[in-house]
Write a protein that binds this ligand. Sequence first.
Ligand code: ATP
Length: 253
Amino acid sequence: MTAGPPVVTLRGVAKRYANGTLAVQGVDLAIGQGDFVSLLGPSGCGKSTVLRMIAGLMGPSTGSIEMAAGGNAAGDIGFVFQEPTLMPWSSALKNVMLPLRLAGTARSEAEDRAAAALAEVGLKGFEKSYPRALSGGMKMRVSIARALVTKPRLLLMDEPFAALDEITRHRLNNDLLTLWALERFTAVFVTHSVFESVYLSRRIVVMAARPGRVVEDMEVNEAYPRGEVFRTSAEYAAHCRAVSEALHGAMGE
Ligand SMILES: Nc1ncnc2c1ncn2[C@@H]1O[C@H](COP(=O)(O)OP(=O)(O)OP(=O)(O)O)[C@@H](O)[C@H]1O
């Protein structure tokens, strides 16, 4: 599986917040169609800032961000936050229906598509459950279903599994890769975890702080599907070591 032409291209991007903080500077990054890219770096290196700019939630202070033509506007980008951010007063199904309803999709079609999205993340039978009745991992699954229900070509994830226990996190990593293979979206995944970035990605962009910038761009040239055999392989360990060294270099250690 190789990445196609860029879906999004950042050129000379810098972001200075209103309080004067220079969050990132000099970011040049092209993300290829169908790729799985992780942004890895220490706290404060600007990973979330880059992701929010790609999402169009805010603009860069200098430089440009170009989305390739051919998308379907509002449904083009899915965003998964660290917190599942579900509406507590609505069922899992209604939560997943929301982006479709906002886009004007008729109720019955939205229901069918939301139910299919929940089934894809392993939540068939939980359509009527309220968020409070679901575990942390299940809530995150609902959040992923909601992000994917519009069939975005770009899925942006900001440390989505950071708050989950390790077993749940491994399971969701596997399920995310299955969805990625099935739906063929381009994934941009923000994480602090070397292990998670190597397990998931084809490409790891290592960032450093003060000011936030890209310091290494590494490839994890290993076949998919990846599973427990990969997780316990010598190749996995070697990639983790190399990425870890790059990260420590980025942190000036
Ligand atoms: N809204 C804001 N206003 C001012 N400064 C901000 C704002 N958001 C982020 N920053 C600052 O910009 C820098 C980059 O923050 P950002 O959240 O992008 O980093 P991060 O790598 O995602 O960090 P973390 O891993 O801790 O989430 C930090 O110094 C942060 O304090």
